[in-house]
Design a protein around this ligand. Structure first.
Ligand code: HEC
Ligand code: HEC
Ligand code: HEC
Ligand code: HEC
Ligand code: HEC
Ligand code: HEC
Length: 499
């Protein structure tokens, strides 16, 4: 019996199968150990360890079985077994040498396999793979991500996260996207919001969980007007990041909403999620309210039918991984850093115009920015053009660089197609709900009171003592005189992308 088992087992096919099984089980053990001792989380690890490698092991097992069956058949048909004379005799020096050579080869191969395998495994997780391999179309996200707060955090941390289910979903989609890329069928701009983005509890909260407190933020922002002097205007504001003083049974989960609310569900009636007819809030004090937008009569049943979404981090922080900033914001930042010299007359206005120019490609934009700025000074301020060449060149270089981070005409990428919802100036953002027009049945209104989310503060008069200042909430928070329209209109009607 033993003899027979050995006979049918000794055949080249089963032998190859056996090697595959052994190698890959060893690799699974190796990667599991690496995972166990690694400080960084590898979102692809589960998939490789629990799906791809086991699949290869199964393939090896299948080979073993196929080999055995073939051998059985041969035996039945009376043919000679494949490796009938495989007898290893350790007293025979030739056998010993062959055995040692085979063993060394086996060990070397294992090491090579582990090394190559591990490198490939690391590479598919790297940002280079995401941005530049089959994801050429995502070049803009890649470039913008490289200078974001999350530059050190790979794409997969937000887009895939741990676990097999999402990995498969994304890889399946990735395969389709690869075909779209080859056949040039992909949509421009790439649609956003991303429908199947993972709920942020499973993504963002891995790093910014409820255990991390977020405090009130005092910010001072300096803006430059588009007049001849680039007049600076400063607004100080205290962003109210949530009520840390709230006392509840449950700890506040996150700032803003979640400090008083348990859950907000809403319905959006457009693809961009800008029009919000129905909102239901479950508060930590147990109260449930439904707010309806102006003119909306959506019933709760209709809302459920239309498909509700749970409000999460990404409803405000929708551009965290890769932001495309409006030119006003970019140029104000460059002027604040003095990378662009605020002493250059009209530089704010011409820079904004140069960045927002209508260019066919990234390359032509680089040239376009240079000519428009230089021509402007040559024509309007010949003196400055002649004497301040270096200052103008520095401005041009800075603008060319930020253009590359914030725009890509071939993919229709710019702040216009990918606005941020974190504020309310360039797009409706918070005012999608806080427009003062969403009402609940019990008469509550989602307020757009300017002090609800921040205190816009100003220093006034002379302090009683030199080291004291008196602050008050600004009466007129708008930097230039626009009458009362900042109260009645939404900011994005003037500041947003022209429709
Ligand atoms: C900090 C988290 C985070 C990181 C890191 C991140 N993204 Fe995103 N990404 C998002 C969010 C959030 C959205 C969806 C915005 C929405 O749904 O409105 C998004 C959307 C996208 C989109 C859809 C188009 C768009 O811009 O909205 C693409 C493409 C994309 N990301 C690619 C990438 C690539 C490539 C990388 C790595 C270079 C990356 N992302 C890194 C959070 C991230
Ligand atoms: C793998 C960990 C990780 C993940 C996942 C992650 N972040 Fe971050 N996030 C960071 C780190 C690290 C910083 C940088 C902190 C710093 O430099 O002060 C950061 C910065 C931020 C900031 C800016 C803080 C500031 O100083 O203005 C925001 C907002 C933010 N993350 C939101 C998000 C959101 C929303 C998501 C989910 C879409 C997310 N993050 C996912 C680690 C992460
Ligand atoms: C209602 C909108 C909204 C929601 C929802 C929201 N945030 Fe924020 N978050 C903000 C705003 C506004 C800021 C302040 C941005 C600024 O400084 O300009 C902020 C700031 C932050 C910061 C930086 C704070 C600091 O002190 O450094 C982090 C980190 C952050 N958010 C993470 C998250 C995470 C994670 C979630 C989801 C659990 C989340 N946020 C949900 C609006 C929101
Ligand atoms: C999807 C709709 C929606 C959006 C978008 C939205 N909010 Fe809210 N917000 C709500 C609801 C609902 C409440 C709770 C009202 C209640 O408690 O009855 C609320 C309450 C608040 C409160 C009061 C919390 C408290 O402690 O009383 C603040 C502050 C706030 N939101 C800030 C923001 C900011 C800042 C943004 C934009 C970055 C924003 N919201 C965007 C729906 C929204
Ligand atoms: C629902 C919350 C909310 C309400 C209501 C609100 N704001 Fe804001 N506002 C924000 C947030 C959040 C930001 C910061 C966005 C960011 O990070 O750039 C902001 C930013 C600003 C800025 C700075 C804009 C910039 O581009 O730097 C000004 C000015 C401002 N708000 C004025 C107002 C005025 C005036 C009102 C009243 C009509 C108002 N806000 C009502 C949430 C709110
Ligand atoms: C009726 C049109 C209009 C409305 C509505 C409006 N603004 Fe403005 N805003 C302007 C004009 C015009 C300027 C001056 C632009 C310049 O000089 O470059 C300006 C300038 C600003 C600036 C400084 C410009 C810079 O360099 O970044 C900020 C900040 C600002 N507005 C915020 C807001 C906020 C916040 C709201 C909503 C509460 C708002 N505006 C509503 C027309 C408007």
């Amino acid at each position: 019996m033993q003899q027979r088992v050995r006979k049918i087992f000794y055949n080249p096919v089963s032998f190859v199968g056996l090697i595959i099984v052994v190698f890959n089980i060893a690799f699974i053990v190796f990667l599991s150990l690496v995972e166990a001792f690694s400080r960084r989380e590898h979102p692809y690890a589960d998939l490789v360890i629990w799906l791809i490698l086991p699949a290869i092991v199964l393939f090896g097992l299948a080979l073993i079985l196929i080999g055995i069956r073939r051998e059985r058949r041969k035996e039945r048909e009376g043919q000679a077994p494949s490796l009938a004379s495989l007898i290893v005799d350790f007293n025979n020096p030739k056998h010993r040498r062959t055995f040692l050579a085979l063993l060394t080869g086996f060990l070397l191969m294992s090491l090579l396999y582990a090394f190559a395998g591990y490198k490939t495994y690391e590479f598919t997780e790297s940002v280079t793979f995401c941005g530049s391999m089959c994801h050429k179309i995502m070049g803009p996200q890649y470039r913008s991500h490289a200078f974001s707060e999350h530059a050190e955090i790979g794409c997969v941390n937000c887009h895939v996260g741990p676990g097999i289910r999402y990995f498969l979903l994304y890889k399946l989609r990735g395969t389709k996207e690869l075909f779209d890329l080859i056949f040039d069928r992909y949509p421009r701009p790439i649609p956003s919001p991303v429908r199947d983005l993972r709920p942020s509890q499973e993504v963002c909260e891995n790093c910014h969980g409820p255990q991390y407190r977020i405090n009130e933020r005092l910010q001072s922002r300096t803006y430059y007007l588009s007049d001849k002097q680039n007049t600076p205007k400063t607004i100080d504001f205290l962003l109210r990041m949530g009520n840390v003083e709230v006392k509840t049974e449950q700890p506040p989960k996150m700032h803003w909403h979640s400090s008083t609310t348990e859950e907000i569900m809403y319905v959006a009636s457009d693809a961009k999620r800008n029009v919000i007819p129905w909102i239901r809030v479950k508060r930590l004090d147990g109260k449930v309210r439904v707010y309806r937008g102006e003119g909306s009569t959506m019933s709760d049943a209709a809302a459920v039918k239309a498909g509700t979404r749970r409000m999460d981090c990404v409803d405000c922080h929708n551009r965290q991984g890769h932001a495309y900033n409006p030119p006003d914001v970019i140029v104000n930042a460059l002027l604040n850093l003095k990378t662009i010299d605020p002493a250059l007359p009209e530089i704010k206005a011409v820079s904004v115009e140069a960045l927002d120019g209508d260019y066919p490609s990234r390359e032509s934009a680089q040239k376009g920015i240079e000519t428009s700025i230089r021509e402007f000074y040559k024509a309007t301020y010949p003196d400055i053009s002649a004497n301040k060449g270096e200052v103008i060149s520095a401005a041009v270089r800075a603008l060319q660089q930020v253009y590359a981070w914030n725009y890509d005409p071939s993919m229709k990428v710019s702040w216009k197609n990918y606005p941020s919802n974190q504020g309310h100036r360039f797009s409706p953002g918070c005012f999608r709900c806080h427009d003062g027009k969403h009402r609940s049945d019990d008469g509550a209104v989602l307020s757009r009171d300017c002090s609800l989310c921040h205190l816009l503060i100003e220093r006034t008069g002379t302090a009683p003592k030199p080291d004291q200042a008196v602050f008050r909430v600004m009466k007129y928070p708008h930097p230039v005189d626009i009458g009362d329209s900042w109260k009645t209109m939404q900011c994005h009607e003037c500041h947003g992308a022209a429709q």
